[in-house]
Design a protein around this ligand. Structure first.
Ligand code: NAD
Ligand code: MG
Length: 393
């Protein structure tokens, strides 16, 4: 029996994780569930999965949930705040932690799970983008097991040799091919991008996801963050990672070897596949995902990314090459810009312009500790807010 904490259980990844868990009551037991402020859904999840702990970041929402949990006769203990998130990420009675909080908010609890040596199912890519070396050092020092849940990185993990040691060349790998759907604006005339709405940006052609990552997919910042994520997970340099636009989202990524072999992982675009892989690793379990119908897919297309259409992708490569605090600055500026776009304060094409201005005006420092990351994050958020007022419409 594997005991699991799910950070961000009310989100897209969180609910998909619980869907897989519910299919295997003999294998998994939920120890803790957490959310930002969604008390209703968290209560329903508590009724179904009977966790020992439930955490809400928001204090009022937590008080409300505590009352309702009591009324429902459940023994779940309701906690609140960021320290409670760290606490449930490090519980001695939890074997595994699904890290599925969105954005920089996921950093502290995910890092805490790494320090505690947990098996970590990593969906929160922002942790690696912001604090890659700090996080990977913590994983190595504690002996934590790190399993990528992001579909592309899960595919690469599956296509690399079992027990891959971080040496691409030593394992005969020429490069990593990171696939991208191109999002909802792959073919939108550039002149129309100025007027696209948050609703259009969040309507992804292949995946149903939270709003932040949906906007990131539309700008291709998601792929940029994933390039940085791949750098840390697989010890790959920027030049070792080629983005390939593949609109069908059937091939989730590929590994190219020196002998000419290219290994890919395919499947329907449904996050329950990489989630089930992470949950059961190294075994395989039913995820509820339908078998891939190759005859229905029929055609697979590939094109090179258009950096002019998607400046965010170029900015992410730039941040990776700048190294140090640059990726944390990129991430923070992106989170502020995406929130402003979702709030209809700035136009879609202003997202990369805000990020570029922040990246170019910030001092890039070394990352030796979590504080270096948090300082860079805070400074970049302030700088991004100033840019937002310039670009506001
Ligand atoms: P989501 O917005 O659907 O859910 C986010 C979860 O985090 C919710 O449970 C929410 O309550 C919680 N949360 C939000 N802000 C918080 C805060 N400040 N403190 C504590 N909890 C907070 O997001 P999602 O689409 O499930 O994505 C989660 C993570 O997984 C992201 O990092 C995303 O990049 C990554 N990811 C998602 C997908 C996908 O298909 N959705 C795919 C790959 C990677
Ligand atoms: Mg992905």
């Amino acid at each position: 029996m594997q005991r699991i904490t799910i950070l961000g259980s009310t989100g897209s990844i969180g609910t998909s994780t619980l869907d897989v868990v519910a299919r295997h009551p003999d294998k998994f037991q939920v120890v803790a569930l957490t959310a930002n402020s969604q008390a209703d859904l968290l209560l329903r999840q508590c009724r179904q999965f009977k966790p020992r702990y439930a955490v809400l970041l928001d204090e009022d929402a937590a008080a409300q949930l505590r009352q309702r949990v009591r009324e429902a006769g459940l023994s779940t203990e309701v906690l609140c705040g960021i320290t409670a998130l760290e606490q449930v990420a490090t519980l001695p009675e939890a074997d595994a932690v699904m890290a599925a909080i969105v954005g920089a908010a996921g950093l502290r609890p995910t890092l805490a799970a790494a320090h505690a040596g947990k098996k970590i199912l990593l969906a929160n890519k922002e942790t690696l983008v912001m604090a890659g070396n700090v996080f990977m050092d913590a994983v190595r020092a504690s002996g934590a097991v790190l399993l990528p849940v992001d579909s592309e990185h899960n595919a690469i993990f599956q296509a690399l040799p079992r027990g891959y040691d971080g040496d691409l060349a030593g394992n005969g790998v020429r490069r990593i091919l990171l696939t991208a759907s191109g999002g909802p604006f792959r073919d939108t005339p550039l002149s129309e991008l100025l007027n696209v709405t948050p609703e259009q940006a969040c309507a992804h052609p292949n995946w149903v996801m939270g709003r932040k990552i949906s906007v990131d997919s539309a700008s291709m910042m998601n792929k940029g963050l994933e390039v940085i994520e791949a750098h840390w997970l697989f010890n790959a340099a920027a030049d070792d990672i080629q983005v390939v636009v593949h609109p069908q989202s059937v091939i989730h990524s590929l590994v190219e070897y020196v002998d000419g072999s290219v290994l890919a992982q395919l499947g329907n675009p449904d996050m329950r596949t990489p989630i089930a892989y992470g949950l059961a690793y190294p075994e395989r379990i039913d995820s509820g995902v339908a078998a891939l119908d190759l005859f229905k897919v029929a055609t697979l297309n590939f094109t090179a990314p258009d950096f002019e259409r998607f400046p965010c992708l170029a900015l992410a490569y730039q941040a990776l090459r700048l190294a140090g605090t640059a990726p944390a600055i990129l991430n923070a500026a992106n989170e502020v810009a995406v929130a402003a776009f979702l709030d209809r304060q700035i136009a879609f094409p202003s997202i990369p312009r805000v990020i570029e201005a922040v990246l170019n005006s910030s001092q890039i420092g070394a990352v030796n500790s979590l504080d270096d990351v948090l300082d860079a994050d805070a400074g970049a958020r302030r700088a991004a807010q100033r840019q937002i007022s310039k670009f506001s419409r």
